[in-house]
Ligand binder design. Structure first.
Ligand SMILES: [Zn+2]
Length: 326
């Protein structure tokens, strides 16, 4: 089937209408400049899927979008700040019931705090990151605490395979770890439609990073999750960044090819030995902001560790730094 991309804003709204879903596209202050949240009216009120970063723009935008509406539910697809950040703030205002995975709730609570932040310096040293850059990366991480708090009180932890009503449709919860350890997608079997969240995105490949905590091999988990979703052979894919498109499996194949190529590049780069930081500089040749460097480092480790776990390279610690060798 020929892949068809829906690019127009009105198309985006129209294509979701039969599902009773409305996209709320929030601005983000990053190179990835927006996140798609969704709202849907159900029997007891409106459901909000993802809430954006907790900042002033987000608060104002939701105030306008939700004015006069009763919000019964907030569904969080995963714990990253651009999805989870305002969940607690919105809950305080609306009293809505919050659902997400236990895995990602625990991850959020354990990531955005001083205890974890204080450990980052040592982890960055192991990755061979120069002290000054490490300090800036730690500072950048700390800036997110205000953007993800207060934490919500979670009333329901999603279970694999459970059926969740959203608007006038039912969706099956599918656990798809990789981009985040506890990320879920929602599959509408009746219409063969997938709310892919950040598991499958058009145009850009989802960031697969090791964040110095959680799943030690997120790329292996991600590739397994792609195979799992492939079995659905979903037609319409509605992602959290970019616009909906048809043909999940074509996009999955392209993402798989991207990682194969990236792994081959990484193997070449490893050669006679590299630190994470050295490998990262060779894999990401363009100039990166500190925020982007955090993602680039995380993604580099994910690829190095995947290769290590496959037995294609090995890792040794030398003078407090990890070195990867063929
Ligand atoms: Zn995202």
């Amino acid at each position: 089937m020929e892949k068809q991309t829906i690019t127009d804003k009105q198309d985006f709204i129209d294509i979701l209408k039969p599902f009773g879903l409305r996209p709320i596209v929030l601005d983000l202050p990053f190179r990835l400049d927006h996140v798609n949240c969704f709202i849907a009216e159900g029997e007891n009120g409106w459901t909000v899927i993802d809430t954006g970063l907790h900042n002033q723009e987000t608060v104002k935008r939701w105030e306008a979008e939700l004015a006069g509406k009763t919000i019964s539910d907030i569904i969080i697809t995963h714990n990253h700040p651009d999805h989870f950040g305002y969940a607690g703030g919105m809950q305080e205002k609306t009293g809505a019931h919050v659902s997400m995975t236990k895995m990602d709730y625990d991850e959020a609570v354990n990531t955005w705090n001083k205890n974890y932040l204080s450990k980052l310096t040592a982890y960055y040293k192991q990755a061979g990151i120069p002290d000054e850059i490490g300090r800036k990366m730690q500072g950048n991480t700390a800036e997110f605490i205000d953007r993800v708090t207060p934490y919500p009180e979670v009333g329901h932890y999603f279970q694999e395979g459970e059926i969740v009503p959203i608007g006038n449709n039912e969706y099956q919860v599918i656990f798809t770890p990789g981009h985040a350890d506890g990320l879920v997608t929602f599959y509408n079997q009746a219409h063969n439609m997938l709310l892919s969240t950040d598991h499958i995105l058009p145009k850009i490949t989802p960031n697969i990073s090791y964040w110095f905590r959680g799943d030690p091999d997120p790329l292996a988990s991600y590739l397994r999750s792609l195979e799992k979703v492939k079995k659905l052979d979903a037609d319409l894919v509605v992602p959290s960044h970019g616009t909906p498109f048809h043909g999940a499996n074509d996009r999955i194949a392209a993402i798989q090819a991207h990682h194969e190529e990236r792994l081959a590049q990484t193997l070449e780069i490893i050669g006679s030995g590299v630190t994470v930081y050295e490998a990262c500089a060779k894999l990401f040749r363009k100039e990166l902001t500190i925020h982007e460097t955090r993602f680039a480092i995380g993604e580099t480790i994910a690829h190095l560790e995947y290769l290590k776990n496959k037995g294609e390279c090995r890792r040794e610690e030398k003078a407090g730094e990890y070195c990867y060798y063929i």
